[in-house]
Design a protein around this ligand. Sequence first.
Ligand code: FES
Length: 243
Amino acid sequence: MDRRNFLKISGVGGVMMALSPSIIRGKLYADDGRLFTAYEKVQLVDANGKALKATALKEEINYVFNYPFVGTPAILLDLGVQTQRDIKLFSEEGEEYIWKGGVGEKKSLVAYSAICSHQLAHPTPADSFLQYLQRGKTTIACKQKGGLVVCSSHLSAFDPSKGCKKVAGPAEQPLASIILEVAEDDTLWVSAVLGPDKFHEYFKRYKTEMKKFYGGKRKAKKWVKEHAITVVLDEYTKEIIQY
Ligand code: FES
């Protein structure tokens, strides 16, 4: 394996790194920074600005927040069951990276960029073609019954218990992961993006949308700072399109 392409995140048993105000349960290592970008460390809060608590999240509900930029949506999920761990993933260029698994008491909490890795469909206040589909529910994207993030724009499906690895459809790489941490006081924090993101293409393609929803591309491209408002998808968007 080419070590330059390999990003490791050490387990809890590794050297602990304390970063105020939360305690991070682990330490991040990147050999050259590729496929991993640290951004402003930000706390997830509800619409009233109150800290979101990890143990208060509802299982299998789509929560949306914007990160790492003001105009880039991401999803937060409590899958309700422990995720798999140390999943080897690849970008469409063949770069390898390792997704370490869910966090929280049950290791069931995950966060991903909600910009589809195929052709950039994403939730907006107007509609969303992308959402997590609960276990047992059907999609025409594939035979698996739920437990998937489905993009109904061209029917790609991703497994959030495996780093959002593609399981069906035309997408050629996973959804980028958002590095999520649970502090000792149960609060939730995000700090980085792991995996191939589509932010550059997204901002280039959706200029009109950035103006409509964020007051322009320049404002939409600002880093989110201090906190990110996190709401359920049904409240964020007028219409969810799911096939
Ligand atoms: S944009 Fe998501 S499958 Fe095409």
